[in-house]
Design a protein around this ligand. Structure first.
Ligand SMILES: Cc1cc2nc3c(=O)[nH]c(=O)nc-3n(C[C@H](O)[C@H](O)[C@H](O)COP(=O)(O)OP(=O)(O)OC[C@H]3O[C@@H](n4cnc5c(N)ncnc54)[C@H](O)[C@@H]3O)c2cc1C
Length: 442
């Protein structure tokens, strides 16, 4: 019996109700996008096999969101929340295929996941706060619809079969054939989770191009203010901005603003949502050898005028570091900023004009000194990938390899922190899975 899921358009009848033999679909990669593709392909009546190279499907889901898995954002502005070097209209076309609301209903009603909101950061999490529940329910939804998940199955190559269809060759010398293929092998981030760019190489060998890749949403390396060691210090209201090198050279310090405000000093530099949010501008420039952007921090998010007024209000007999502490700057940071501005031993009333200006600058527009990043080992996602111009955005079918569909992080798109990357995985996985079946039909 074929079971309909409410969100499937009834015009698209499952293949098995209109044809004699069910089409076969192989999904390479059993992550969020691959499992979603498997679910929707099976829903259309296909015989679906997932080939996953690690010992279990959805490993990255398990470690996501601090093991809580931020499954979706509560609102989306495609232009603001996603990064691609492909055409913005192609990106918008993909998002037009499934609204956030419909995707949320799918997770709740079809995958059986009760969701809870984290209003402050506009995120959805499973009500259980368990990423394992997300992974297990997704896998169960697939297997209950007949999806076969083969683990320790590392795909090394794809080849077109003479009579039609595709062959997946595995590292152990075996192979699996299918009418159509979905490539959902992810990017290069967190290679210990099974993702090392093999998918890029496989489709690259068959004619796809690649927007040069770089680690994104990754911590930065750099020197702390005054060369001090501030590791472990967190701030929660930082206003972090990134301005392009050319604009910074012209003295224009304002640029793109981090959407999050939490900031963490690490042993080797900086992290926290605000840093991760803007890190791609830095990593991309570092990887490509292009001019570096300027990152500047307003540590408490208060304006220069606010600080000016605080300094004026004094008391003038107070030491500068203690006045900063009184207004909320953590002690270690206050001491480092004052040391760097050369005012550690000054009383507020003794500040010279230039010292006062330097202090105001370091409180509200502190230029973060960076010289590297933590790479793919700590990057939540990969920037760059297969350009959207090489897929049909209404089906995710490759324009280079008919019968092959691409979804998830392998493509030249990633989102900022906040559930946007899983939204991308669910969204593109659904399109790829549904259309992998329909492309056989057609
Ligand atoms: C630490 C961390 C926390 C995160 N937290 C969040 C979060 O809370 N919210 C959010 O939205 N996003 C989060 N992300 C990002 C999110 O996990 C990814 O965007 C998402 O998992 C991408 O899904 P995918 O299916 O495209 O790729 P992946 O999840 O990477 O899955 C790809 C799969 O393909 C398999 N594979 C690769 N090559 C082969 C091959 N040759 N043969 C067979 N199998 C292969 C891999 O083993 C892997 O299982 C986080 C990422 C990390 C690293």
């Amino acid at each position: 019996m074929v079971v309909w899921d409410s969100e499937l358009d009834m015009r698209h009848r499952p293949f098995s109700t209109v044809c004699q033999a069910a089409p076969s679909v192989i999904i390479t990669g059993g992550g969020a996008a691959g499992l979603t593709a498997a679910y929707f392909a099976a829903l259309q009546g296909a015989e679906v096999t997932v080939l996953e190279r690690t010992r279990e499907a959805g490993k990255k889901i398990l470690i996501s969101g601090g093991a809580r898995c931020n499954v979706l954002p509560m609102e989306v502005d495609v232009q603001r929340d996603f990064v691609t070097e492909s055409s913005p209209s192609a990106l918008r076309a993909i998002f037009a295929s499934w609204s956030l609301e419909d995707c949320k209903h799918w997770l709740e009603d079809n995958i059986g996941l009760a969701l809870a909101t984290e209003q402050e950061n506009m995120k959805y999490f499973p009500a259980s706060n368990s990423s394992r529940e997300v992974r297990d329910r997704l896998v169960a939804a697939c297997t209950s619809r007949g999806v076969r998940i083969l683990c320790k199955a590392s795909v090394e190559g794809l080849s077109r079969q003479p009579g039609g269809g595709w062959r997946c060759s595995l590292a152990d010398g075996s192979h699996h054939d299918a009418d159509s293929i979905v490539v959902a092998t992810g990017g290069l981030s967190f290679p210990k989770m099974g993702t090392d760019g093999t998918g890029h190489r496989i489709v690259g060998a068959l004619g796809h191009s690649l927007k040069p890749v770089y680690p994104a949403l990754t911590p930065l390396k750099g020197r702390h203010p005054a060369g001090s060691q501030l590791a472990g210090l967190s701030l929660y209201d930082v206003d972090l901005q990134c301005s392009a090198a050319a604009a910074a050279a012209k003295g224009k310090k304002k640029g793109q603003r981090a959407q999050r405000s939490a900031f963490l000093f690490t042993h080797r530099g900086y992290s926290g949502p605000s840093v991760l949010d803007l890190s791609h501008s830095v990593t991309r420039a570092l990887e490509r050898g292009t001019p570096l952007p300027r990152l500047s921090a307003n540590w408490l998010g208060d304006s220069r005028a606010d600080w000016d007024a605080r300094l004026a209000a004094g008391p003038g007999s107070s030491s500068v570091p203690s006045l900063l502490r009184k207004h909320g700057v953590p002690q270690r940071l206050a001491e480092a900023l004052c040391a760097e501005a050369g005012v550690s031993d000054r009383r507020v009333a003794e500040l010279r004009k230039t010292e006062r200006a330097a202090l105001l600058e370091s409180l509200t527009e502190y230029p973060l000194d960076y010289d590297g990043h933590e790479g793919y080992a700590k990057a939540e996602v990969t920037g760059g990938g297969i350009p959207l111009s090489e897929v049909d955005c209404s089906t995710m079918e490759s324009r280079v390899l008919p019968g092959v569909h691409l979804c998830g992080e392998i493509l030249d798109v990633f989102g900022r922190i906040g559930g946007f990357n899983f939204y991308w995985a669910w969204l593109t996985g659904r399109l790829a899975g549904m259309h992998a079946v329909r492309s056989v039909d057609q």
